[in-house]
Design a protein around this ligand. Structure first.
Ligand SMILES: *Cc1c(COP(=O)(O)O)cnc(C)c1O
Length: 490
């Protein structure tokens, strides 16, 4: 990559390839005006900095011109301690002080670089696995479903916590999700919950990841590939009992197995189906699917096919209907502490693992009648402190919650106000209601809960999902797969 100016005079030359988003913008906006080109006279940047009022000694970085205020009131990183991020210049190579140690800089925690983060309580994951196991007959297996980066909670850490708590199997959606676990040295059985593309077969065999199978073409290519290098081709057969998403139709299973079972490498490790309505109050369709599944399994046995590990239940079915536990349950949303439907309340004790945190970056009194945020739809009533936190809809805090959620500060809830922006959002502390105590005195750096519980106050992902007309799955995936860093607690 070409060396381009980055505003930190001289650094881009000393570290080719160092480039920030700001560089790119500056270059494209001002390339002409600044006369930027590939081999640049770096003293010009220093002159510009000096013109702009920066105190820049010759051959020194303008970074020394930062006032400490510019760094806010971060809780532990002391910006004046910047010398711990320097290394000794290599004078022979023409390096001049200061030279930053980019590895040391990595150690500044992400949640202190920007004051918003997701916290995942691995103790809750542990506890939820134990609660699920408490519902199972001895010997029944538990698959921890950790697809979509463990519903946004972080697949590697969640998988380890679940396995430590006694989970037997891991379920993922893609080969790459499985490979991430293998690379983290997790060697529990992994099942991909659909049939992956044929091109992934070498990856399945090398990383020892089982596919779901529902086409003969895949089954035979998988078997041939395995056989050609003297390996077995283990898989789970997926049966469509009524959801009509994927799977071999329940009344065509024997025919399907006949077409592939001649292949000696194929190893049917398990047979499963998935319910479309396990979380609905009406159970008729659920019972029809169950009947189709039981019938398909019986037919397989009748034709001498051993179905292996039989499984059907997602969280809702596992909690509501012990009769469909079979040999294994597939525990997803409730692993993370959510009740899939009201019918599951009181049947299991679950603890939500995810909370969402931010720190106040700005506090002010907005005069009565003035608007707040895009559109100025929220109008200040005066007597309120309007606080800003650096979390927005690009972080999973859905814009549809604007003026319709609460943030928790010091154990009290306060209304979020104005449109939720991409990277920031506001809330109001009403001074008339709160008097003049600490709670009414929000400060820059104070921690705010966007999701979580403190004191008598609680804001849940379930409530957010209800308000948005969606399900908690989508909300926790939204926060967890955003750019928010994750902090794990136990
Ligand atoms: C995602 C998934 C699950 C887990 O469902 P939950 O409702 O989250 O418990 C189980 N089985 C299959 C096939 C899935 O795709």
């Amino acid at each position: 990559m070409e060396d381009i100016p980055n505003g930190f005079t001289g650094f881009s030359r000393k570290r080719p390839g160092f480039e920030s988003a700001g560089d790119a913008i500056r270059k494209s906006k001002n390339a002409q005006e600044y006369g930027y080109h590939d081999s640049i006279d770096f003293t010009r940047d220093q002159k510009r900095a000096a013109q702009a009022g920066w105190q820049v000694p010759a051959h020194k970085s303008p970074i020394t011109g930062y006032s400490t205020n510019a760094w806010g009131s971060s809780k532990s990183s002391d910006p004046t301690d910047i010398k711990k991020y320097l290394r000794v210049p290599n004078v022979a190579e023409g390096e001049e002080a200061p030279v930053f140690d980019f590895e040391a800089l990595e150690e500044i925690p992400e949640e202190e670089r920007r004051w918003a983060w997701v916290e995942v309580d691995l103790g809750a994951i542990h506890s939820n696995v134990l609660a699920a196991k408490g519902l199972l007959a001895p010997g029944t297996l538990l698959m921890a479903v950790v697809k979509a980066d463990a519903y946004g909670h972080g697949a590697v850490d969640v998988a380890k916590a679940a396995l430590n708590a006694g989970a037997d199997y891991l379920g993922v959606a893609t080969i790459d999700e499985a490979i991430e676990l293998r690379k983290a040295d997790i060697w529990a059985p992994i099942l991909i919950l659909s049939e992956p593309p044929i091109a992934s077969i070498p990856l399945l065999l090398s990383y020892q990841v089982m596919p779901s199978v529902d086409t003969t073409d895949f089954a035979l290519k998988y078997a041939e590939a395995a056989d050609s290098v003297g390996l077995r081709a283990p898989y789970h057969l997926k049966i469509n009992t009524g959801m009509n998403r994927i799977g071999v139709r329940f009344d065509e299973v024997v025919e399907f197995m006949r077409r592939i079972s001649f292949h000696r490498a194929l190893d049917l490790v398990g047979t499963y189906t998935h319910f479309a309505t396990a979380d609905m109050s009406d159970t008729m369709e659920f019972r029809i699917q169950t009947a189709h599944f039981v019938e398909a399994i019986a037919q397989m046995r009748e034709f001498g096919i051993d179905p292996g590990i039989i499984h059907a239940a997602n969280s809702a079915a596992a909690i509501r209907f012990p009769e469909v536990h079979f040999d294994m349950i597939r525990f997803g949303i409730s692993l993370y502490g959510y009740y899939p439907c009201p019918e599951t309340f009181g049947k299991i004790d679950l603890i939500p693992a995810m909370s969402v945190h931010a720190r106040i970056t700005h506090v002010k009194n907005v005069p009565v009648g003035e608007g707040v945020s895009y559109g100025l739809y929220h109008r200040s009533a005066g007597f309120a402190k309007t606080c800003t936190v650096p979390i927005g809809y690009a972080d999973g805090l859905r814009r549809g919650l604007s003026d319709n959620t609460e943030f928790i500060l010091g154990g009290e809830t306060y209304p979020q106000v104005g449109a939720i922006c991409m990277d920031q959002s506001m809330f109001e502390v009403d001074l008339r209601l709160r008097g003049s105590g600490d709670r009414a005195n929000p400060q820059i750096g104070d921690e705010v809960l966007i999701v979580g519980a403190e004191g008598n106050s609680v804001v849940t992902i379930d409530e957010m999902a209800d308000k948005l007309g969606t399900i908690p799955y989508e909300i926790c995936v939204g926060f967890g797969s955003s750019r928010l860093p994750k902090v794990y607690t136990t």
